[in-house]
Structures are given as structure tokens and as C-alpha cells.
Design a protein around this ligand. Sequence first.
Ligand code: ATP
Length: 215
Amino acid sequence: MLTVEGLDVDISNIPILRQIQFNLESGEIVGLIGRNGAGKTTLMRSIMGLLAAKSGSIQFDQASLQTLPGHRRAHMGIGYMPEDRRLVPEMTAEQNILLPVWSTDIPEYEDRLQWIYKIIPECMEFRQRAATSLSGGQQKLVALARALMVGQNLLLLDEPTEGIAPVLVQRMCEILADLKKEGVSILIAESNDAHIAELLDRSYVIERGSLANSK
Ligand code: ATP
């Protein structure tokens, strides 16, 4: 489904990712585990087309992602949850969730929104509240819901359990387990697999911009 081969990415002429090689099959939940600064965010941003690859290839369902502009990924069913959430503060939770639908003209989203509210009922409860009035953990749930809105085929989640209260970490893990049961394909970046080990089919370890091993 997603195949990355020989990927090199530089930022400001400094090599950040080197010879990244990995794959993710349909229905799998794969971990990308590495310390702060290891290159997890850079890899996710490269897959999303937010950073240009210096060399190598990123294939998704037989299509080359490198030649596609970033926004086309929504049409391919790829959703991304950045580590820092990036919610629009003056919008409500629901407006934030619907943002990728409006910006990409995806039709008939109502069923999808209702499905998301079934998986994450908290988002239904605070859907009319301004994003700024939500706690950090609640904002993460909104960011996950927004990624799910377009991510029918693949979700890229950057540190979904990082920096939130323990009770919400537990809740986030329950939601991810529900998504696994629904057959959603997910790449999850985390600094360690303490919370998510049970969810993962496999994981890759990233160290200083290279994949060290997989298990
Ligand atoms: P974190 O959890 O801290 O975000 P990470 O594994 O996601 O860690 P990246 O954010 O991908 O790591 O960073 C990988 C490396 O790239 C780090 O050494 C970082 O300093 C460097 N880097 C990232 N963005 C930039 C930038 N805009 N300019 C220069 N170096 C950068």
C-alpha cells in the first residue's frame, strides 16, 4: 500500500533522512519509534509532500506521491495528524474536523462525520466549542478526527499520545484500538512504544535519520 524506498531528505542542505526503506500493507498498524530529533516528523512531512525528497521514492497504491501536490493526498484517502495539532483557534471543533473536506471539495461527508462521532463521541460532545477552549488532549482528539475525515485509506499520526494527561492517553489508545478493529491502516510515530505496543503489528526504529531495525 505505502512503499518508501531509498528516501533521502535534506533540510537547509543538511541531510536529515538517509536511505529510508519501509512498507505498510493495507489494514496494518505500524510503529515508527525514535527519540526526539530522530526524524519521525521529517519522514511524515515528506510522505505528506510538505518536504521535498532529495532522492528515493514514495509509492502509494501504485502511484508516485512525489509528483503530486500535497493537497491531492486528501483525495487519495491519506490523513495526517501533525504533532502540534495545528487547529484553527477561532473555529469550532467541528469546523476544524470539516476543514479538509471544505478545502478539497470532497462530496458526501455526512456519513463519514457520523462514523467519526461514533468512534470518538467526545468530539460530538464538544463539536460546537471553540478550539481554543479545549484542553490539549481534547485538541488531539479533534486533530485525530480531522485526519480521519479524509484518511479512509491511510492515517499518519505524529505522536498522538505525547504531552496529554494520562487519562487521555488511555482514551487515545482505546480509540486507536477501535480504529484497528475497523481495519484502518495507520503509521504511528512515537518516542517509545510503551503505550501503543499492543496495537502495533510491526514497528520500525528510527535513529539519527535512518531506520535501525524492525520488529
Ligand atoms: P521530535 O519528536 O522532537 O519532533 P522527530 O523524530 O520528529 O523528533 P524531526 O522533527 O523530524 O525529529 O527532526 C529530525 C532532525 O531534523 C533533527 O535533528 C532536527 O533538528 C532537524 N530539523 C527538523 N526541522 C528542521 C529545520 N526546519 N531546520 C533545520 N533542522 C531541522
